[in-house]
Design a protein around this ligand. Structure first.
Ligand code: NDP
Length: 457
């Protein structure tokens, strides 16, 4: 990446700073209530100053990056098992397609609104760029709660959702995947209805499919495994490794369970975990297979703990437990200043985001000041979308790659993601451990060059 830039080279010219301020004012003016989205935009605008000092021509790109190419909000009517008509709101935000088809997951949760989807979609542009693959950024979902619905209700909901989505997505246009509340089963149902509507066999229009429909080997594991590959690079730079380390993982869903598998395989002990109903501490180590079984039957971490003599439940955060590594893998805003201070006091080495936005800006500042390694989600959890892009490649070539092949490619991509963020952190911030600003800077450079090269479109 060349030599590190000095303090003076890192400040953009006054006219460039004025352009950035104008973009920020427009973001606030257009959607004054979208606070999650604002927080993410502000983080990126702050990070890219040193890049703009070197490339003032990219200031012109910022306004286009912050405004989605398209935002689709739609009604999703469906019939519940009692025969009543229900209505939810569906979303697909097609944020930026400069690098490739829009790519990003679908989230079904009652908390979903346009702010959540725009925040996740904006984040996705940079995450996808960091992987080095040719994919644009998008996100979607609905304010539908699959936990309150029977399997037949979830299927009817997915089918209704897919009818509207069908006019908007496609293998060369926009390729959704799963996210919270949407796994291979739901993607299979959405794909099934999609193919009826478009009249084509087009499995490449979605990723995260069941294996029998062309889902990639290792897609379910990819995000959690990738988080741990990223973590291992951070620890490597610190001269440490996972052997003997105590790890706390929040959540006990897809990302969390696979991250637990991987840290345990590397010699660590998972001493705490959580779900939406509470948290558990187990100093001798969580038995991930037992936890997976309880969760698979619809149970909670408290139900798991009841069966284990050394486990204790709590209503509070798992991140107040003593640990060397914290992996927030549940949802946004899980680590606030109180949890960050507890992690620092307990001598934590690294916090790596498996979820999107689980560490608040104020908490990140506390971790940074204390020198705790921090892996931002847009870099650390990019493994899921990276393997989704490998699934697109397999669909396009009508190929199936083995789990080992995909795992090797995933590990190599995560090393590249880490190194891009580290090198840009060094070059633009003078700090190779500043993965947050480094990831934003490296990703912005790639997307900005693509947007700039396309002209004003
Ligand atoms: P899942 O739905 O499989 O799991 C989410 C887990 O988080 C569940 O255990 C859930 O609890 C728990 N949870 C939800 N809300 C809370 C809360 N308020 N407090 C504590 N725990 C909570 O989702 P995923 O594992 O797929 O996704 C987790 C995160 O990772 C999300 O932020 C997602 O955007 C991000 N991500 C996911 C990717 C993927 O490939 N799946 C890719 C990149 C990022 P319960 O079990 O009780 O429902």
């Amino acid at each position: 990446m060349g030599r590190a830039r000095g303090q003076d080279d890192r400040r953009p010219a006054p006219e460039t700073r004025a352009q950035v301020r104008e973009v920020w004012r427009d973001v606030l003016r257009r959607d004054p209530h979208q606070t999650l989205f604002h927080g993410d935009v502000l983080g990126v605008l702050r990070s890219v100053g040193p890049v703009l000092a070197e490339h003032p021509e990219y200031a012109d790109v910022l306004g286009r990056l912050c405004e989605p190419e398209r935002q689709i909000v739609f009604r999703v009517p469906w019939t519940d098992d009692a025969g009543r008509t229900r209505v939810n709101r569906g979303f697909r935000v097609q944020f930026n397609s400069a690098l490739g088809p829009y790519k990003g997951g679908l989230r079904f949760a009652p908390s979903v609104d346009l702010d959540v989807i725009k925040f996740l979609g904006f984040e996705q542009i940079f995450k996808n760029a960091l992987t080095g693959q040719d994919i644009g950024g998008g996100k979607g979902g609905a304010d539908f709660d699959p936990k309150q619905a029977s399997p037949t209700e979830v299927m009817r909901f997915c089918q209704s959702f897919a009818v509207e989505l069908a006019r908007r997505v496609g293998a060369a246009v926009d390729v959704p995947a799963g996210d919270m509340g949407v796994g291979p089963r739901e993607i299979g149902w959405i794909l099934g209805q999609y193919q009826r509507v478009v009249g084509l066999h087009e499995p490449g229009a979605f990723t995260g499919k069941p294996a029998v429909l062309g889902g990639s080997a290792l897609r379910p594991e990819a995000t959690g495994f990738g988080v741990v590959y990223f973590l291992q690079r951070i620890l490597g730079e610190q001269g440490r490794d996972l052997d003997g380390a105590r790890v706390v993982v929040s959540g006990s869903g897809n990302v969390a369970l696979h991250a637990m598998d991987k840290v345990i395989a590397a010699g660590a002990t998972v001493v705490g975990c959580s779900d939406s109903r509470g948290s558990v501490s187990e100093p001798d180590g969580v038995d991930v297979d037992a936890l997976r079984e309880v969760k698979g039957q619809g149970g909670s971490v408290a139900d798991y703990a009841e069966k284990r003599s050394g486990a204790q439940t709590s209503d509070g955060s798992a991140f107040t437990l003593e640990c060397e590594v914290a992996l927030p893998c549940a949802t946004q805003n899980e680590i606030r200043p109180d949890e960050a201070r507890a992690l620092v006091d307990n001598g934590c080495w690294a916090v790596v985001e498996g979820a999107n936005g689980p560490v608040t800006p104020a908490a990140r500042e506390i971790l940074r000041e204390a020198g705790v390694g921090f892996g931002p989600g847009k870099a650390a959890n990019a493994g899921g979308v990276a393997v989704s892009a490998l699934e697109m490649q397999q669909a396009a070539g009508r190929e199936r790659w083995s789990a080992q092949d995909v795992d090797e490619r995933l590990a190599a991509i995560m090393v590249d993601v880490h190194d891009r963020a580290r090198d840009a952190g060094e070059r633009y911030c003078g700090d190779p451990t500043d993965y947050e600003n480094g990831a934003n800077a490296a990703a912005f450079l790639r997307v900005a060059e693509a947007v700039h090269s396309l002209g004003v479109v």
